[in-house]
Write a protein that binds this ligand. Structure first.
Ligand code: NAD
Length: 456
C-alpha cells in the first residue's frame, strides 16, 4: 500500500463530509461490533500464538473493553455530537452562543504490543465515533495479532475510511512524514519523544499514552490479605507487561515481612495451584525483553520466584526485597513479572523520593486511613490510579485515562475519547434586529463609561 496515496484518499473521503453524518458513524460502530464478535475465535487464536495469552485474559483485558466502548458510543453519540448552548453575556446581547463538536480529519493510531487489540482499536473507535478517518499502525511485535487486525479490518472497511498498515519503525516513520489531524500514540517514553518531534514538523496535535514507574504504597493499617490479592493479580496479569501495573511497592517496615509472605502465598494460589505455573500465566513478548528482564533479577535480592526458561520466554512471578531507589531495577519501567519491594518508616521521606522521579502513569494506595490516602493523593502527581485497588481504574469509562508529565499527554476512554478526537468550534450567532453601536467609532467618554459597565 502506497502511504501517500492512502493518506490522500482518506483526506478526500473526509472532505466529502460523509463521516460527519452521525448515523453513518453509528452504522460503522455497529459494523465494528459485529466484526469483533464474528471473529472472536480468530482473535483469541492469534494472541495465544503471539504470547500464550488465555481466552479469559484476552476477553477481560481487551475485547470486553472494546465492546463496552462501542456500546457506550452508540448509546451516547447523538447527544455528544450535538451543538451545546452556552451563556452569552451582556456585551453580545441578544446573540446566542454554542459549541459545535466537529471531527478533526485524518487521524493516525500507533499501537503498543502489550494489549495489541485494545490499544489499537479503542482509540480507533473514539476517532470514528468523533467522525474522523483512521490509519492504524499496530505494533509489529505480536505479528499474528497485527496480521489478524489487518485482515479483518481491511476486508470490512474501505481504505479511504479505516485502514490497517502493518510494519515497524520504517513504516511508522513514513506515516509520520505526512500531516495528520491527530496522532494517537501508545508506547514508550523514548519513542513518544520521536513521535512528538515528527508531529511538531506539521503542527499535528498528539496524544501520547506512555509509561513510567507506577508506585504502590502499602501502609501498615491496610488489609494485608486483600492488598496482597489485588496487587498479585494486577502485577502478574499479562506477566507484568501492563503500562499501569504496580511497578514497585513501598511498604511500611512494620508489616514488610508479613506482607511479603502473604504476597508469596497468593502467587502460589493463583499461578501454582496445579503444582506448576499453569496456562493462566502469559509469556514474555520476545527475547529482547526477556534478556532485559533477566538482567534486572538480582539473585541476592530474590525472596520469591526467580525461575526462568529462556526457550519458552518464561519468567515466574518474582519478588525482590531490600531494594533501594538506587538499584538498577528502580531506574526504568520494569514491564515484566518482577516486583521490587522497598520498605520505609517515614511517609514524608518516601513521598519526597517518589516526587524526585518523573510523574508516573499510575499510583496505588492501600490503607484504611482516609487522612493518609488524602495526603498521598494531594502530594503525588500521576496520571490516574486507585485506592485499595490497582489497574481497575482503566475499566471505568467515566474516568479519563492518560498520563501527566513524562507519562503522557492527553487522555481517552468514553466521552474523553470523543473529546480527544473532536474540535469544539465556538460560535456566536447574532440576530440583525438589534445593534448596540457602542463598539463603533467615533469613540466618546460616554461610550467608554458604558463599555466599562458592560464588560465588567
Ligand atoms: P514502543 O514505544 O517500542 O512501540 C510503540 C509503537 O511505536 C509500535 O507500534 C512501534 O512499531 C512504534 N515505533 C517504535 N519505534 C519507533 C520509531 N523509532 N519511530 C516511529 N515509531 C516507532 O513501545 P512498546 O514496546 O510497544 O510498548 C511498551 C511501552 O508502552 C511501555 O513503556 C508501556 O508503559 C507503554 N504503554 C503505555 C500504555 C498507556 O496506555 N499509557 C499502554 C500500553 C503500553
Amino acid at each position: 500500500m502506497d502511504i501517500k496515496e492512502l493518506h490522500s484518499k482518506q483526506q478526500t473521503f473526509f472532505n466529502s463530509n460523509k463521516t460527519k453524518d452521525v448515523s453513518f458513524r453509528i452504522e460503522q460502530l455497529k459494523k465494528f461490533r459485529k466484526l469483533i464478535k464474528e471473529n472472536e475465535s480468530e482473535l483469541y487464536k492469534a494472541i495465544f500464538e503471539d504470547f500464550g495469552k488465555s481466552e479469559f485474559e484476552t476477553y477481560a483485558s481487551e475485547l470486553s473493553l472494546i465492546n463496552h466502548e462501542i456500546n457506550l458510543f452508540i448509546k451516547n453519540l447523538k447527544r455528544w455530537s450535538k451543538p451545546k448552548r452556552v451563556a452569552t453575556g451582556l456585551a453580545n446581547f441578544p446573540a446566542k452562543s454554542y459549541i459545535i463538536p466537529e471531527p478533526l480529519g485524518v487521524t493516525l493510531v500507533i499501537g503498543a504490543w502489550n494489549y495489541p487489540y485494545q490499544l489499537s482499536i479503542l482509540p480507533t473507535i473514539s476517532s470514528i465515533a468523533a467522525g474522523n478517518t483512521v490509519i492504524i499502525k499496530p505494533s509489529e511485535l505480536p505479528s499474528k495479532t497485527s496480521a489478524v487486525m489487518a485482515k479483518i479490518i481491511n476486508a470490512s472497511f474501505p481504505e479511504e475510511f479505516i485502514h490497517v498498515v502493518e510494519g515497524g519503525v520504517a513504516i511508522s516513520t513514513e506515516l509520520l512524514s505526512h500531516r495528520f489531524d491527530k496522532i494517537f500514540f501508545t508506547g514508550s517514553i523514548p519513542v513518544g519523544k520521536i513521535i512528538y518531534q515528527a508531529a511538531a514538523k506539521h503542527l499535528s496535535p498528539v496524544v501520547l499514552e506512555l509509561g513510567g514507574k507506577s508506585p504502590t504504597f502499602v501502609l501498615s493499617d491496610c488489609d494485608i490479605k486483600m492488598t496482597a490479592k489485588r496487587i498479585v493479580w494486577a502485577k502478574f496479569f499479562n506477566a507484568g507487561q501492563t503500562c499501569v501495573a504496580p511497578d514497585y511497592i513501598l511498604v511500611e517496615k512494620s508489616i514488610e515481612q508479613k506482607f511479603i509472605e502473604t504476597l508469596s502465598a497468593k502467587i502460589e494460589e493463583f499461578y501454582k495451584a496445579k503444582g506448576d505455573i499453569n496456562e493462566n500465566y502469559v509469556r514474555i513478548i520476545n527475547i529482547n525483553n526477556f534478556d532485559r528482564l533477566e538482567k534486572l533479577i538480582d539473585t541476592d535480592k530474590v525472596c520469591f520466584g526467580g525461575e526462568i526458561d529462556k526457550e519458552n520466554r518464561f519468567i515466574s512471578p518474582t519478588i525482590l526485597k531490600n531494594v533501594s531507589f538506587d538499584d538498577e531495577i528502580m531506574q526504568d519501567e520494569i514491564f515484566g513479572p518482577i516486583l521490587p519491594i522497598l520498605s520505609f518508616t517515614n511517609l514524608d521521606e518516601v513521598i519526597a523520593k517518589v516526587k524526585q522521579r518523573p510523574k508516573p502513569l499510575s499510583c496505588y494506595i492501600y490503607s484504611k486511613n482516609r487522612k493518609t490516602i488524602s495526603k498521598i493523593l494531594h502530594e503525588v502527581s500521576f496520571g490516574g490510579g486507585a485506592v485499595n485497588d490497582s489497574v481497575m481504574h482503566l475499566s471505568n469509562s467515566n474516568l479519563p485515562f492518560g498520563g501527566v508529565g513524562l507519562s503522557g499527554i492527553g487522555s481517552y476512554h468514553g466521552k474523553f475519547g470523543f473529546d480527544t478526537f473532536s474540535h469544539f468550534k465556538s460560535i456566536l450567532d447574532k440576530p440583525l434586529w438589534f445593534e448596540a453601536n457602542i463598539k463603533y467609532p467615533p469613540y466618546s467618554k460616554n461610550k467608554l463609561k458604558l463599555l466599562k459597565m458592560l464588560l465588567k
